[in-house]
Design a protein around this ligand. Structure first.
Ligand SMILES: *Cc1c(COP(=O)(O)O)cnc(C)c1O
Length: 477
């Protein structure tokens, strides 16, 4: 299995193996990595996979994408990742071994639980594996890495919990001082592991993000201190997410061939991109329902063919904050497939995007061909979110978080009697107490391991918005 860039050509010299792209981010030409072709899964294989445990299924699926790690080593890494101990925050401990159980609200409508990991958000599904893959790959090469990132919540804590205590890895995570919830702060800052460094910047998220970009643009510093990233364009994260679409498909059907719809609350297009990949591999996904919040750049594209990334001034802060994006960093992967995998087209389209512009496919055959890819879309507002949280609680006695509510709202509009609808639950309500209280007038339950974490001692360095100070901190840590 070789990987190519969405902006490059398929010449042998540009092909990479999985471990060669594991620790990197963008391809050198600015594109994203994708498999040269999608591995195909036969009906006979699907039948065999139906009864596998989560870890066994992950090994079967990921072996198709990772062929330069010995199979037994890959199996050991997967077995130590997908355990009932790590994914134990589910509301029903008896089901923790299922890793991603489906909570059926009514016949034909289920919540796919993806947030039972250590930080209560779906990012743990891939990030926990990434931590183990990174540690393994670095030890093999005798190398070390310093991961640098900026976070306004879910990604940072997920990365820290995945990398804590890992050999050869240090994490420097910037966050906006005083702008995350007390719970989110406690989740990150209470980690006492020697390889985790929290830096609170006296500014907003964009200031933190700009510092990270500035450090990455200092190529000497980046090479000297081996600075890396774990952002959502990392291919291994997408690949790890493919597994739960297979798992959920089996949970939603009795036999292979029946179609299933998935509704996905989307920001950077990472989660739903994995659904697209699963479908391209031959999984009978009938519909991929993309849901956005008020930041509707993706909904606009799927409705009209116009992809129009927004500026900071047009990016709203909403009550589903993990979907507050101005452009969708994984979207290029899907468009590459949409335009028949022609890198010249991608170079042209993203030439505009990278220059701050947009592109419009509405008058092209690509847009009419969109139907083949089974996507539909919709959006949700703050009022929709509250109403959906309320309705779900009243009707089913189930509390859902605001992001899951965005997906459920669109799922209900798009649902048909022809196939079951699975809504991806991307966070537990405990992470977003304020919005739950606004919707229901009561607090969500917290998993036992998280009660009182706000009282734990915190380890965080508060700094001005100063690139040089951050570099000094990394150099001296
Ligand atoms: C990251 C995140 C999303 C968006 O996922 P993408 O892969 O960026 O589309 C949705 N919900 C929650 C809770 C998240 O943390």
């Amino acid at each position: 299995m070789f990987y190519i860039s969405t902006r490059g050509d398929a010449e042998a010299s540009s092909k990479k193996t999985f471990t060669e792209i594991l620790l990197g981010g963008l391809a050198p030409d600015g594109g994203l990595y994708l498999p040269e072709s999608y591995p195909q899964v036969t009906r006979a294989e699907l039948a065999r996979w139906r009864d596998l445990s989560y870890a066994e299924l992950a090994h079967a699926v990921l072996s198709r994408f990772i062929d330069d790690i010995p199979s037994s080593d890959l199996k050991a890494l997967i077995d130590k990742t997908y355990t009932a101990e790590i994914y134990c925050n589910g509301r029903d401990p008896a089901r923790a071994g299922e890793i991603t159980p489906v909570n059926w609200l009514e016949p034909g409508l289920g919540l796919l639980e993806l947030s039972n990991g250590p930080t209560l958000a779906f990012k743990d599904m891939a990030m926990q594996l990434l931590g183990n893959l990174f540690e393994y790959a670095l030890a093999k090469k005798g190398e070390e890495i310093s991961i640098l990132g900026a976070t306004s919540g879910d990604t940072g804590s997920s990365a820290e919990y995945a990398m804590r205590g890992k050999r050869g890895i240090r994490v420097f995570m910037l966050s906006p001082d005083g702008r995350m919830s007390a719970f989110q702060r406690a989740q990150m800052y209470s980690l006492q592991d020697a390889n985790i460094f929290n830096i609170a910047v006296r500014g907003v998220f964009d200031d933190a993000q700009d510092i990270v970009k500035a450090v990455f643009n200092d190529h000497d510093f980046k090479a000297r201190y081996r600075i890396g990233a774990v952002n959502s364009i990392n291919w291994a994260r997408v690949a790890a997410q493919v597994v739960y679409y297979f798992r959920a498909y089996f949970a939603g059907t009795r036999s292979n061939g029946e179609p299933v719809a998935f509704a996905v609350p989307s920001g950077n297009f990472g989660n739903i991109c994995a659904g697209h990949v699963a479908r391209m591999m031959g999984l009978p996904i009938g519909e991929l329902v993309l849901a956005t919040n008020e930041n509707d750049v993706l909904d606009e594209f799927f409705r009209t063919g116009l992809y129009r990334p927004r500026g900071a001034a047009d990016t709203w802060t909403t009550s589903s904050p993990s979907m507050d994006i101005s452009k969708a960093s994984n979207f290029e992967r899907f468009v590459f497939d949409l335009v028949g995998r022609d890198p010249a087209v991608i170079r042209e389209l993203w030439g505009n995007v990278d220059a701050g512009g947009s592109f419009d496919l509405s008058m092209t055959p690509y847009f009419s061909g969109l139907r083949k890819f089974a996507f539909v879309s919709g959006k949700s507002s703050h009022a929709d979110r509250l109403a959906t949280i309320r309705r779900t609680y009243e009707k089913h006695g189930v509390m859902i978080d605001p992001h899951t509510a965005d997906a459920l709202k669109v799922a209900l509009e798009r649902r048909s009697a022809r196939m079951p609808m699975l809504v991806l639950e991307t966070a537990l309500p405990a992470k977003f107490e304020e919005t739950i209280v606004e919707a229901l007038g009561r607090r969500p339950e917290r998993p036992a391991a998280m009660t009182g974490i706000e009282e734990l001692p915190q380890r965080v360095e508060v700094m001005d918005v100063d690139v040089e100070a951050v570099k000094r901190f990394i150099a001296e840590a």
